[in-house]
Design a protein around this ligand. Structure first.
Ligand code: G3H
Ligand code: 13P
Ligand code: NA
Ligand code: ZN
Length: 328
């Protein structure tokens, strides 16, 4: 059944688990996410980005998610709109039947320019008013996603602040977060704690302090009833990076957020964990490998099946690691 993010994350908070929120663009991702959820008995958050709407079209994405609800009626599914850049975008998603929307007022409508705090409060509050009247949950964002190592947002296309960010923008302030939640009444808050979008997050192997865990704790202590969201939470699997490069790809050395650190975050109020890049890498690696090893094949279903299987394994391991498994 379709459920709101608030319902799902309230349950997650009560039982102390986190929920991966996977981006969805196509049938193969949708099936991978749902098959893994079915096998592990996990509730699901699937999210559609602006890029996904451009690629597949909003009606196709909507029906893809509704098809999943029909095929797996026993799995709770939250249909979430990722990174809305204006109230109008969120309003259209609400009208389409999304059960949850993100109003990302930390950036302007171009998805690149950092905004003022007052602008963020204003647009987010407006979306909450409309959404709550329709039973739809809202995620807001405070702070600028970006690596503390490089001071940049990382993502080339899509959502990410332009230029170099200073340290104070890269870590959400707990007092400001409390004020923001009081003024906007958001259900969930995306916080900046050292992650960034895309595959190129960190240039060096993780040493256990990738995330600003102490900042997560401070924010959670200040706003214990607000569900915290971590964007840019792909782990950038080194196995898939190696497979991509072994079979003709050319990705540079790069590292993501270790799963163990995300698990630590979940102990301190992180409930929604956004993952897109990991499924992209698994899918690309599996397809490259399949095509290289089956040179006579021209049936796309064969390599798409390999991609689905690879993505499904990532989904399963995140459901298990985050404690989502068993809570459907
Ligand atoms: O927020 C970024 C997500 O990874 C979505 O990216 O707009 O390229 O689909 P996208
Ligand atoms: P990744 O690029 O780390 O997968 O993050 C995805 C995300 O935050 C989508 O909103
Ligand atoms: Na932001
Ligand atoms: Zn994001």
């Amino acid at each position: 059944a379709l459920i709101s993010m608030r319902q799902l994350l309230d349950h997650a908070a009560e039982y102390g688990y986190g929920v991966p929120a996977f981006n969805v663009n196509n049938l193969e991702q949708m099936r991978a996410i749902m098959e893994a959820a079915d096998e592990t008995d996990s509730p699901v958050i699937v999210q559609a980005s602006a890029g996904a709407r451009k690629y597949a079209g909003a009606p196709f994405l909507r029906h893809l998610i509704l098809a999943a609800v029909e095929e797996w009626p026993h799995i709770p599914v939250c249909m979430h709109q990722d990174h809305g850049t204006s109230p109008a975008v969120c309003q259209r998603s609400i009208q389409l039947g999304f059960s949850s929307v993100m109003m990302d007022g930390s950036l302007g409508e171009d998805g690149k320019t950092p905004t003022s705090y007052d602008y963020n409060v204003d647009v987010t509050r407006r979306v909450v008013e409309i959404a709550h009247a329709c039973g739809v949950s809202v995620e807001g964002e405070l702070g600028c996603l970006g690596s503390l190592e490089t001071g940049t947002a990382g993502e080339e296309d899509g959502i990410g602040a332009e230029g170099t960010l200073d340290h104070s923008q890269l870590l959400t302030d707990p007092e400001e977060a409390a004020d923001f939640v009081a003024k906007t009444k958001v259900d969930a808050l995306a916080i900046a704690i050292g992650t960034s979008h895309g595959a190129y997050k960190f240039t060096r192997p993780p040493t256990g302090d990738t995330l600003a865990i102490s900042r997560i704790k401070e924010i959670h202590q200040r706003i214990p009833n607000t569900h915290l969201v971590m964007h840019g939470s792909s782990s950038v699997p080194q196995e898939w990076l190696a497979i991509i490069n072994e079979f003709g790809g050319d990705m540079g050395e790069t590292y993501g957020v270790p799963v163990e650190e995300i698990v630590e975050g979940i102990k301190h109020g992180v409930r929604k964990v956004n993952i897109d890049t990991d499924l992209r890498m698994a899918s690309t690696g599996a397809i490259r490998k399949h095509l290289a090893e089956n040179r006579a094949n021209f049936d796309p279903r064969k390599y798409y099946t390999a991609a689905t299987k690879a993505m499904k394994e990532i989904c399963r391991s995140r459901y298990e690691a985050f404690g989502t498994a068993g809570h459907a």
